[in-house]
Design a protein around this ligand. Sequence first.
Ligand code: SF4
Length: 273
Amino acid sequence: MLSESETIYHIPLHQLPAYRHGYWILRTGEPAVLAATLAEENPERLVAVQLWDLEADSEPLNAWASGLPVELVLGDPATEYPSLYRHSNLLDHHPVSAVVPVRPGFLKAVKVAVSLDFAVRLDIGQPDPLLIEELLATLDFYLHQPSVGQPIEFFHGTLLGFYHDQPLSLWTVLGEEPQAVRFVADDGVESGYGRLATTDFAPTIEPMADFESLLDRVLATAQECRNCEFLHSCSGYFKWPLADYDCAGVKRVFGQVRTAALDLRRDIEAARA
Ligand code: SF4
C-alpha cells in the first residue's frame, strides 16, 4: 500500500493548486498555460503531461522541461488521427506517446502514431466483440511490421511477461495500479482511475486500498477469472467496470501474444544453440 505522498494523481491543470503532495500527471488543452503555470512548480513531482486537445498548439512544450513524457490523448481515433502530425516536433525534447481508445478505426491512428515514432498505449476499456478483429490486426501489425520502433501497450509489456515467464498484470503494464493511481475530475472530486472511476466497486474502494484485496473482491465474483489461463497477465482487468463482460475475445488476443512470445523465445534459443 502506498502513502499519499507516493500516489500518482491524474489532475486537470486548474486543480493543481489543491495538490501539494504525491506525483502528478497533468492534463490540459492549453499547452501555453501549462508551461507558464509550471514555471513556478516543483518539476520533480511531475510524471507526465497529457494533451487532451490535439488541435492545440503544442509548440510551448517543445523546449520546455526536456525529457518529460508527453501523452497525446485521442478522443475519436478515426477522425482525430491526422492531428497527431501537428505534434511531431515534441520528439525533439520529449518521449511522446499516443493514447488511443479502442474504438472503430483505431488501427489507423496506431499506424500514424508509429510512423511518427510515437509510443502507443491502447485505452482498451472492455472492447466490443466487433472490435476484436481490429485488435488482432493491430497486434499483427505490432508483431510483424518492421517500422514499429516503439512499444504498443499492452502488447509489448504482456509479451515480455510471457517471454520471461514472469507475467505482468495489465494494471501494471497500463499504469493503472489501483493502489498507486488516483483520478481527479474537473470539479476536483477524487476517484479511482480509469475503469475504476465509475465501477460498482468504486464506493467500497478506499483511497490507497490494497491491490490484493481489490483483486480478491473481483475474483470472488468472477468464477471465469479464477479458472482463466491468463489470470496472471490480466488480474481480472477486463471484469471492470462490468463484471459480466465476456472475455472470449480478449482471451484470443492474450493467446496470440503468448504464442508470439513463445515463438520468439524458441527462435532466440535456437539461434544461440
Ligand atoms: S481475461 Fe477475463 S476471465 Fe481472464 S483474468 Fe482477465 S478478466 Fe478474468
